[in-house]
Design a protein around this ligand. Sequence first.
Ligand SMILES: [Zn+2]
Length: 357
Amino acid sequence: MRWSIPVGKLFGIPIRVHLTFLILLAFIWYVETSVSGPTAGLRSLVFWTLIFLCVLLHELGHSLVAKSYGLTIASIVLLPIGGVSQITEIPRDPIKEVGMTIAGPIVNFVIAGVLLFLGKLAAPSLQFSEISLQSGSIVVDLFWANVMLGLFNIIPAYPMDGGRILRGFIAMRKEYAEATRLAADVGKMFAIGFIIIGLFYNWWLILIGIFIFSGANSEVEAALLSSTLEKIQVSDLMITDFKTISPDEPLTAIVDKSLHTFQNDFPVLDDGKFVGILLRSSVIESLHNHMHEKRVGEIARKNFPVISPDQTAAEALSTMRAANVTVAPVEQDGALHGIITIEKLLEASDVFNEKTK
Ligand SMILES: [Zn+2]
């Protein structure tokens, strides 16, 4: 995610903090200090840092359950609005999705329980009965913050946790894309409700409403895309009619080849064996930097995920996105069968949906 900085690793998962989050922390500290003095400023800084630590634990709850299902977690990003676990794929097994989703809010309820227990143990006079984030005791405030975080997240407003749990339950009876659409409709109703209530009471709710609304829309699109691409094979989409280039050829040779084809990227073959792809972007960059005398082999990209012709287009798309490539070789038994591009995959989904409308 852009504008986020790495702060370390937990259980092998990279943790990142979004810059806007740090700005928010600084803002809270500044306002509190100038309004109520340095002690209050420091206290609110500690309090909000602890809250985001709880948000981090919430995300770790999702991520560790996902990990136990064998899924890969790219990173956890802390945003002002909460945390995001970037899991490379959402499991299609609704029971697993419900399991990894519910783990987050459970973490908050467990933290609240531990705070209540330890707080009462250390100071029996502590009052937990009044809902407050400004009770004067950080333990009581954190207790209520976690209760609220847990409760807020299980509101069935997709793509929030509660909405994902709802989608999981619907998906046990209906098709995945349809289940997503239904859960997103419920989510959008909540979003509109949040925005309206927010107008009168709390601008923070407006922000959350907008976040839910746009999140619901893009998740529906993503679900539709992947369920469409699951029905198509890579072999139906791969480009088999393409020109290749050898690693020893000079860069200028590609300029000549490009004039006779619409092809952007050229597979590099050394004695008939695939060794990389010469990307249009690298050619332009090299020519721009006056490196005309370079050989193809020197600037071709060499590490590519291998896509096989009998994979589904959905698998190819997620592999290519995870590897951050726009083009990849399609190989079987070490032989190059074709090339596949993200553009081709996305185009196929549009064509498919036009046909079935
Ligand atoms: Zn969550």
